[in-house]
Design a protein around this ligand. Sequence first.
Ligand code: PRP
Length: 184
Amino acid sequence: MDALDMGDKLEKILLTREQLDAKLDEMAAAIDAEYEGEEILLVGVLNGAVMVMADLARKIHTPCHMDWMAVSSYGSGTKSSGVVRILKDLGTDITDKHVLIVEDIIDSGLTLSWLISNLESRGPASIEIATMLRKPDAVKVEIDVAFVGFDIPNEFVVGYGLDYAGDYRNLPFVGTLASHVYAN
Ligand code: PRP
């Protein structure tokens, strides 16, 4: 999918494919430096983190395993509800493991705050977070994030894993939608 497929539904491109790719290189280098000599467990938070997980995992040199959790926080709208449910749990015992949670976006921080407490109770050696996007103006819970791609304005964005009602996850860039899309 690309901008042409969007027609008049695309308002603007916020981050191009090239900008995302260059940032992933930086994030991967920072992760390799941080975990030198260690092994890590990448935990992708479904569904949005699929793209960043796949791309980041292929750029890091640190030995890693990959696992996934699915939690629900939004439903199909555009605002955080704060309600978190586990839809799919890890298949891995994380006791004494270095866990790196991989996210597409931190919005209110409610999802991650809940997830961190949940995973901490399982006795990992460490837990850190890597997120491609963060919205500082939307934050409701302060979270210490070790690896951040871009801080972005508090507007609803789609692409690179992020959806609106299930659409647009497979855009290679991050962009905003024209207002008439929300009216339908
Ligand atoms: C998005 C995103 C984060 C969460 C961030 O997931 O992937 O997990 O919202 O929002 P928060 O910081 O306000 O909690 P979403 O629940 O939309 O599910 P999805 O990944 O399947 O799209």
